[in-house]
Design a protein around this ligand. Structure first.
Ligand code: NAP
Length: 186
């Protein structure tokens, strides 16, 4: 398949791209930074330097790829609640963020499959047992620092669920800042 990974130079992207290439897929990796394209090319990916806030260029990049994997986030410094809040507010706001542009590009390209990274753990309401499923409710009143993030998570999950074939995968790991080499997905 011709797979496009948005956020290809991130903690998850840098691990995912070589796995996809090794599995025989042709991978297009997106990054905002021209300096990171070289590493992507060394991993045998096609590197495209684009900011997801640039909807027009993103649409062009998405034209010939299926599926699209969304691994973007602006949360760097997630252990710092202020950085956490402002990072999400800046690039993941539902109104004008990169994820929505990526979803729009996927719709326009009639992408048959869209895979989005979500998060499980703190977003759940603190009732019931410790094991949670997709059916369990999210926290209706999270702490102020987490409100924008939870709003972005809700928005992404519901937007992705509206696409013809979509998967929301949730990652329960250390925060991005830890660059945890071993992570588990659910
Ligand atoms: N790592 C974890 O432990 C973990 C745990 C739970 C959930 N997640 C979720 O997994 C996803 C990926 O996380 P990560 O840890 O890999 O994040 P990361 O290391 O911060 O990487 C995110 C990537 O997103 C890209 N990005 C941000 N804004 C962009 C924009 N406007 N246009 C294009 N690219 C943009 C950045 O690319 P450039 O800098 O190259 O431009 C960056 O490399 C996120 O949704 C995150 O919430 C991660």
């Amino acid at each position: 398949m011709r797979v496009m990974v948005a956020g290809a130079a991130g903690a998850i992207g840098t691990r995912l791209v070589p796995l996809l290439v090794a599995a025989g897929h042709t991978v297009t990796g997106l990054t905002r930074s021209a300096s990171k394209t070289e590493a992507l090319m060394r991993a045998d990916a096609v590197a495209v330097a684009v900011d997801a806030l640039d909807a027009a260029t993103l649409r062009k990049a998405a034209l010939d790829v299926r599926p699209i994997v969304h691994e973007m986030t602006a949360i760097s410094g997630a252990s710092d609640s202020h950085a956490f809040r402002s990072g999400v507010h800046r690039d993941q706001s539902p109104a004008d963020g990169g994820p929505d542009n990526l979803l729009a590009a996927a719709r326009e390209a009639q992408t048959r499959r869209f895979i989005a990274q979500s998060f499980c753990g703190w977003p759940y309401v603190r009732t019931g047992g410790p094991a949670k499923t997709e059916e369990d409710p999210l926290d209706p009143s999270p702490a102020r620092e987490f409100r924008n993030t939870l709003e972005a998570i809700r928005h992404l999950e519901s937007a992705v669920a509206g696409l013809p074939r979509s998967t929301v995968s949730s990652c329960a790991t250390a925060p991005s800042t830890d660059r945890a080499p071993d992570f588990s997905t659910a």
